[in-house]
Design a protein around this ligand. Sequence first.
Ligand code: GLC
Length: 461
Amino acid sequence: MLLCGCVLAHELTDSPLARSRGEEVRKDVRAQDLMDSAFKTVEGAISVKQKILLTILVVLFSSSVYAQGNKARISFLSWPDPGGGFEQVVADFERENPGIHVEIIKGPTSTDLRQDMYVTSFLAGEPTYDMVLMDIIWVPKFAHQGWLLPLDEWFDKEAMKGFLPGDIGGSMYNGRLYRIPLQTDAGMLYYRRDLLEEAGLAPPETWEEFVEVAKRLQKPPIRWGFVFQGKQYEGLVCNFLEFIWSFGGSVFSERGQLALDSPQNVEALAFMCDLIHGQKVTPPGVTTYEEEECRRIFQEGNAVFCRNWPYQWTLAQDERSPVRGKIGIAPLPHKKGQSSHATLGGWGFGISKFTRKKDACLRFIRYITGPGAQRKLHFRSGIVPTRRSLFHDAGILRESPHYAELFKILLRARPRPVHPHYPRISDIISRYVHKALLRQKTPQYTLKKARSQIDKVIRGR
Ligand code: GLC
């Protein structure tokens, strides 16, 4: 009883979800009533030491009674979600599952910062977040560290067939499944269809055409040619990979050798720098931009082109958006003679090894990754579904006619290097690429330095 009481009391008070003032007050009052009556009965017959022991037992007993009548509360850390899709899906789920309360803890927009927050709670061994809303690139590290529960037992191969294969592939580690895909992502080019049409121009396919169009249609400092994610963080790595692929480069050669400072990669990074400092189609402030800064600039009508993820489409088509009905999407351009590939991104749900509410988590994850919830998330927050069936959904196709183009981009998307030390590798790339964008060092120097540091990480030094 004592042990069970301890666990329940801890679960009740330690959960970040169980901290509403009202509940704590109710619990205190109940415990106090029980204690008072217990003391009245045995007044004078017991010593002070016995009183203290009795107090502890009564508090534990009252906590356990209270906890049994309480809802299971489960939480996850998410991005700010300007569209409000998560709130809607959670409200619908709670209506259908009155015994479970889901708390969305809204974190920062940057994937790196949210990763740090999850890692901090795992290192403390705390169930701060019962579920892990995971970037595709976190899976190898989190699974390798043993911070996630394997999910194969509950989601078998048959169930997995309904999802896009790249998203399932990115949810596995050492042959086991650790994440159920919710949202797929791929980098793409947004353009101002109205401006291009007025000028009688087609969306550019090569970087050469791209620079020409950007220069012709921009009016800096009001309207810039192109914005992308140039801040030092994971988003910059996604952008950098797309640039090097579009110049025929890669991080690893076909034989698996580290090739970060290859001539193609140096040329691609030099081109990125040139967009800012030479061609001047990209504002120098780009070195501080994440996705949301780019989206706001583009949505306000202050950029001709923008590299971003698919979520930008829905938000830019909002009734109050100045560019509503004026935009198009296309694959990112490439160097003449090469082809472009998007970076594969995406999000899904895992379960923390530290949770004490596995069953409630499973129930919620089944619900939110199901077709109905993914559909709602698409309409509210622009999330691209991971369920194959939704790419043929008449409602989605009506609302998002660009899905046909998007599907082509998704099929050609490439993953980032899969490695348990990927976060360290990515950190080195973003640090050095950023230095080059700031013109602190040359592209050649920075990529050589980054290569030698990544080499040490890979060799375990
Ligand atoms: C998007 C992608 C994610 C990527 C992040 C970078 O959220 O889905 O995979 O790591 O952007 O900022």
